[in-house]
Ligand binder design. Structure first.
Ligand SMILES: Cc1cc2nc3c(=O)[nH]c(=O)nc-3n(C[C@H](O)[C@H](O)[C@H](O)COP(=O)(O)O)c2cc1C
Length: 161
């Protein structure tokens, strides 16, 4: 199966998980990038992120979109922002509609809100077949092996279904 991992990451957690999925699933990888990069500091990311969430307009993305029709399964990842997907992923899904691929969702979060995030993602992908969801808390960032094992178990489950 041709697999692609699409992700947005502001402070690196979702990127780390995306790279693990790509490595373990032998998938290509695509990072959603903003035209105007986010601030370097975590505080700056929060300020900018909150302002992005309050705006009605989607943030502008770099538009080097991947050839989605080439893939059978697409893994889509985001940090949880305000119990939803981060606006750059929302902007990507609106700009670059998916076809008939199977979809698996993953999200990184600090404390809570991943259920709302997956609900938000499922609504945006309502015509797609969702074959799995994986939420990873930031606490696991301190233990990469634990993260990698969670990813491994998740991929095996998706593969077996
Ligand atoms: C603007 C903003 C809003 C956030 N909202 C939530 C939230 O609702 N729930 C939560 O548990 N974490 C929240 N976080 C924390 C991130 O989801 C978490 O740190 C995640 O791992 C960051 O992923 P990244 O490093 O790939 O950007 C928020 C972070 C930012 C910047």
């Amino acid at each position: 199966m041709n697999a692609l991992v699409i992700y947005f990451s502001a402070t690196g957690n979702t990127r780390e998980v995306a790279l693990m999925i790509a490595e373990q699933a032998g998938a290509d990888i695509y990072e959603i990038k903003l035209q105007k990069p986010l601030p370097e500091s975590e505080f700056g990311v929060y300020v900018k992120g909150i302002s992005m969430m309050l705006k009605k307009k989607n943030p502008a993305l770099k538009e080097d979109f991947p050839p989605l029709s080439a893939y059978d399964i697409v893994f889509i990842g985001t940090p949880v922002w305000g119990s939803k997907m981060a606006p750059p992923l929302k902007a990507f899904l609106e700009a670059c509609p998916l076809g008939k691929q199977k979809i698996a969702l993953f999200a990184c979060y600090k404390a809570s809100g991943y259920e709302g995030c997956f609900k938000d993602m499922r609504e945006a992908l309502k015509d797609q077949e969702i074959v799995g969801e994986l939420a990873l808390t930031d606490h696991l960032a301190y233990d990469s092996d634990c993260r990698a094992n969670s990813v491994k178990a998740w991929l095996e489950k998706i593969d077996g279904e």
